[in-house]
Design a protein around this ligand. Structure first.
Ligand code: NAP
Length: 351
């Protein structure tokens, strides 16, 4: 297999975790998939960018980022002027798009992914925005170019959701789903069960790096809603807008209510749901008081879980523990392998 040329647009928490994982897995990929790779481009908004068709040393790039040195000071061929110039110039086979999410229009990631596909690259992202706002067009463009548009890490990080439905559940029809899909709110509710105030629990989530400086995207249910919209759009083949997901966050739940629930053998969870009904798609994100019999009862801390009901199987639940940029990076790596080795695995495996 020829060497695969990789471009990482977005080299923050996720992009850097992907770089570390690529380095860690280099020997495995060579041995098990005869796959060689080189990074030909790295892009950040304010920390420099780099293009080099001979390959960029990722250890040095990670070291530069850790020291706060801009990437364009690496020994490289050229530095792009902006993100589109980066995509036009880097001549990669695979673009990983990991820029910040935009709930409102999916940009600029949507434009980045479209441009990469137009250049004949596989387009892979952990960014939910372009899936909600451009799934159909990106899927059709990818098909017309004979390339893949994959986004495993957009929901439950590296846990296999989309590849499971794509590869392992042919002809199954998803009827409904229900889950806990936002780590930050689940951690906050777990902390409140142990007596933390809401504010202290938010600070804890920020201290361990899972909540942003402005945590409202999680607390007010936006992140969970956009994940529901992604799942419905892709797995139920029904394009829905973020506004179609009935949304309520966890701000209104008091410490007293959380602790009273615990006394009563119950728990508050921010529950995500979607269901095909005779009246159309019903999708929601809202706090629910649930009992011990509920499969979501033991989903604690940063863990998440989703239960699928299909026309062919009973309840099928996937749970993920200890998520973070490293698990998100695995979803991206798996997407890359599925895109470039597809049709050849497992025969392509050397074992
Ligand atoms: N963190 C996770 O565990 C996780 C899990 C699942 C999905 N995701 C998704 O993965 C994506 C990346 O997350 P992250 O945690 O790595 O974010 P991050 O640490 O903020 O990194 C974002 C990267 O994108 C660059 N960037 C910012 N604005 C840009 C723009 N307009 N055009 C191009 N690049 C831009 C940033 O450059 P500067 O730093 O120079 O601004 C940085 O390199 C997000 O869409 C997020 O929702 C993250």
């Amino acid at each position: 297999m020829p060497e695969v040329k990789l471009a990482l647009l977005g080299f923050g928490n996720v992009g850097q975790a992907l770089a570390r994982l690529l380095l860690e897995k280099r020997a495995d990929l060579r041995r098990n998939y005869s796959l060689e790779w080189k990074a030909v481009g790295l892009f950040t908004r304010a920390h420099g960018s780099a293009i080099d068709r001979h390959g960029i040393n990722l250890e040095s790039a990670l070291d530069y980022m850790a020291r706060g040195n801009p990437l364009d000071k690496l020994p490289i061929e050229t530095a792009p002027v902006d993100a589109l110039d980066f995509i036009d110039t880097c001549a990669a086979d695979v673009l990983f798009e990991n820029s910040p999410v935009s709930y409102t229009d999916g940009e600029p990631a949507l434009t980045h992914l479209r441009r990469a596909l137009e250049h004949g690259m596989h387009a892979i992202t952990a960014n939910k925005g372009p899936v909600v706002h451009g799934y159909q067009q990106l899927r059709e463009l990818a098909a017309s170019m004979g390339r893949k548009f994959y986004f495993e890490s957009t929901v439950m990080d590296g846990a296999p959701i989309f590849s499971l439905w794509r590869e392992a559940l042919p002809a199954a029809e998803l009827k409904s789903l229900r889950g806990v899909l936002n780590s930050t709110t689940n951690l906050i509710l777990t902390q409140m069960e142990s007596g933390s105030t809401f504010e202290a629990a938010v600070r804890h989530a920020q201290d361990i790096g899972i909540a942003e400086t402005d945590p409202s995207g999680d607390i007010d249910g936006w992140d969970a809603s956009v994940k529901v919209a992604v799942l419905v759009t892709v797995l139920m083949d029904q394009q829905i807008r973020l506004a179609d997901v009935k949304r309520q966050g966890i701000r209104s739940i008091s410490l007293r209510e959380v602790q009273a629930a615990v006394q009563d053998g119950r728990r508050w969870k921010l529950v995500c749901q979607a269901e095909r009904t005779p009246d159309g798609m019903q999708a929601s994100v809202q706090p629910e008081l649930i009992g011990r019999e509920d499969p979501l009862y033991n989903v604690m801390g940063t863990s998440s879980a989703v239960t699928f009901h299909s026309d062919v199987l009973g309840a099928l639940t996937i749970t993920e523990e200890d998520p973070g940029p490293h698990t998100t990076a695995y979803g991206l790596l798996a997407d890359m392998l599925n895109a470039v080795v597809q049709g050849e695995a497992p025969a392509a495996r050397a074992d």
